[in-house]
Design a protein around this ligand. Structure first.
Ligand code: SF4
Length: 320
């Protein structure tokens, strides 16, 4: 594990920016990476595509980073049914053009008559809003491509790997782990994300223990509450903290970081509850907090305004 990452985890101040495993807007990924790298994020998490790694690298290269060599660029992979790897698909036969999806989508996917799939995070807000069942979520990439994609990502400069464990089905997970095995040692941080698929805390703890047995405890477990929610408030952040606390009480030895429903209150709540988490990952909430549109031109003045907001969010891991 990268020494600066280990130190941040041990000191319970680790912050990861989650661009979204399914997000494909390279220009905005570069912008987010630049802002959060300069704000002190330890990891920038993107989907496993070389062009996304290049985008994150370009953003980091443009930033004045506080710690040389950081942030790591993490690529996320997962089994096909995992919620983090979906994108919207529209059935034009069913669509009656009422446009409710335009207002429901927080990420500028439906713009006039265009569907900008690169902006889709697979959050399902539009699917819920559509009264005609014209929208559904489908996987981004088939599982078979994962090994080849990882090799390309490493070559592009990826330095950390996260495995999303879906519904915890051991057979599919094992297939994924087998295809990752030749690449694992090349990454400076290995993480497993779990908890987003409605399993019980006991099932998730068993899964985490099985993974620890298979790969050792020199890794990060991401306890996922309500994925891609981006919500404010204590209620949103509670499920991931409760899961993290359960996993720790179950005797897991790995570092634990929370995500899914995390926001600017998560750090304070974790300290009040003595949750003993080592870090926080934020995705949808971080974008919302930044209040920056993917299509908005970024002047230097605006960059510095957004940088201050990002710094406040990174600091929220350790300060109230
Ligand atoms: S609402 Fe969510 S799932 Fe629907 S298009 Fe927008 S980002 Fe994609």
């Amino acid at each position: 594990m990268h020494p600066a990452i280990r130190e941040a985890l041990q000191e319970q101040r680790f912050f990861k920016l989650i661009c979204g495993a399914s997000y494909r807007n390279t220009e905005f990924i570069a912008t987010l990476a630049r802002i959060f790298a300069e704000a002190g994020a330890h990891v920038i998490d993107v989907g496993a595509r070389p062009e996304l790694v290049h985008a994150a690298r370009a953003g980091i290269a443009a930033a004045k980073v506080p710690v040389p060599g950081l942030p790591l660029i993490m690529v996320s992979v997962g089994i096909n049914q995992d919620l983090h790897f979906l994108r919207v698909e529209k059935d034009f036969q069913r669509c009656d053009s009422r446009g409710l999806c335009v207002n429901a989508c927080p990420h500028e996917v439906f713009v006039e008559s265009e569907i900008r799939l690169e902006n889709c995070l697979g959050c399902d807000h539009c699917v819920i809003a559509c009264p005609s069942d014209a929208l559904s979520l489908v996987p981004r990439e088939p599982l078979a491509e994962v090994g080849a994609l990882l090799a390309q990502c490493l070559e592009a400069g990826a330095t950390a790997l996260e495995v999303h464990t879906g519904d915890g089905g051991r057979a599919e997970l094992q297939t994924l782990l087998d295809s990752l095995a030749p690449f694992r040692a090349a990454f400076e941080l290995l993480a497993f994300s779990m908890g987003a698929h409605g399993q019980s805390a006991a099932e998730i703890a068993q899964l985490a223990q099985d993974i620890e047995k298979a790969v050792g405890s020199e890794m990060l477990i991401q306890a996922d509450g309500k994925p891609i929610s981006g919500r404010k408030g204590e209620k949103s952040t509670l499920p991931c903290l409760e899961l993290a606390e359960y996993l720790r009480a179950a005797g897991l030895k790995s570092f634990i970081q929370v995500s899914g429903g995390t926001n600017d209150l998560t750090g304070r709540m974790a300290r009040e509850r003595q949750s003993a988490i080592q870090g926080i990952g934020m995705g949808s909430f971080a974008r919302k907090y930044l209040d920056l549109s993917p299509s908005e031109p970024l002047s230097e003045a605006l960059y510095h305004e957004k940088l201050e907001r990002a710094k406040a969010l990174v600091r929220s891991v350790v300060a109230s």
